[in-house]
Design a protein around this ligand. Structure first.
Ligand code: ATP
Length: 295
């Protein structure tokens, strides 16, 4: 029963006219799963419901077979790294983890061993005596993972974890997540497509509270096949293209522009190219917008 089963989940915050989540149904099985969506799509709301920090308005969730309403039991199975994670700045890394281990009821005789293992896993052994406030952004996020794993959860939920990390730390952090996904569910929420590309091929896309897509990255890319084009054109024509099409890439050299763009049908003089995952994601979003305009 190593799955998260979400059925017809909706959430409407008090005083808001539009629901933050709108009839979301989704099954997430073991391994890494990426949840993509732009700002305000509802990702954090879903994460907070799955971690029992917030409650749905309607719908049900079963996490590893446990109904989400059994909050204490669910919390034993879930580790969470929230957005903007930051805690106990004046404690050392070891003291902060020890404190959390106590809160998580880790037996005193296992605490030291568990914390040493976690520090090694997230590569922070050398920083055990460093104060949290002195860690770099990447180290802090790795400490965030360690704190989420203190109670050895079956499910790890991470919300926009790579924002603000430099490329090296971002890669390191993503590799860490894929390692952890080998024997548990890791749910990664992000609006950064390259984070998904580098870690998983199983995704869901949220937009304005609705699940627009769930499947593999290849399936998403297949939906955009035939809708991404490349063209070299005089720089003077670029603004006209920009007003008509979604440009996914542009390189300007002198008076010439090389562009990749999205269009619903073939364009004379433009060549069809295979969509990248980012372009497939943009195509999905723009198709949704066109449908809304038509309605
Ligand atoms: N506590 C709250 N009270 C009222 N509205 C909220 C609350 N939290 C979120 N919302 C609204 O719910 C919608 C979804 O927000 P949510 O934070 O879940 O999106 P998100 O995809 O995580 O976006 P971001 O990447 O910006 O965090 C937004 O319209 C947001 O304004």
């Amino acid at each position: 029963m190593n799955t998260i089963q979400i059925d017809h989940l909706s959430k409407r915050y008090r005083g808001q006219s539009r629901p933050a989540l709108n009839d979301v149904s989704l099954t997430i099985s073991a391994g890494m799963f990426g949840l993509l969506g732009k700002n305000g799509a509802g990702k954090s709301t879903l994460m907070r419901i799955l971690t029992t920090l917030d409650q749905a308005t309607t719908g049900t969730v079963q996490l590893c077979g446990i109904p989400i309403t059994q909050r204490a039991a669910v919390r034993n199975q879930v580790g969470y790294l929230p957005q903007n994670f930051g805690f106990y700045p004046n404690m050392t890394v070891r003291d902060a983890l020890t404190y959390l281990a106590i809160l998580a009821h880790v037996p005193p005789r296992s605490q030291h061993r568990r914390i040493n293992a976690l520090l090694a896993q997230v590569n922070l052994t050398d920083q055990a005596c460093t104060k949290v406030k002195a860690l770099s952004g990447g180290m802090r996020q790795r400490l965030g993972i360690a704190q989420a794993l203190v109670n050895q959860p079956k499910v790890l939920i991470v919300d926009e974890p790579t924002a603000g990390l430099d490329p090296e730390e971002r890669i390191r952090f993503r590799n860490l997540l894929t390692e952890f996904a080998q024997d548990r569910i890791v749910l990664l929420s992000t609006h950064i497509v390259s984070d998904i590309e580098a870690t998983t091929n199983r995704i869901g896309v949220l937009n304005q509270g609705r699940l627009l897509f769930t499947g593999t990255t290849a399936q998403l890319q297949a939906q955009a096949t035939g809708h991404v084009f490349t063209r070299t054109l005089p720089l003077a024509e670029l603004s006209d293209y920009k007003s008509r099409y979604e440009i996914s890439e542009q390189v300007v050299q002198g008076n010439t522009a090389h562009i990749r763009f999205l269009a619903t049908a073939g364009i004379p003089g433009a060549n069809v190219v295979a969509p990248t995952l980012e372009e497939a994601y943009l195509y999905l979003q723009s198709r949704q917008t066109r449908q809304e305009v038509r309605q």
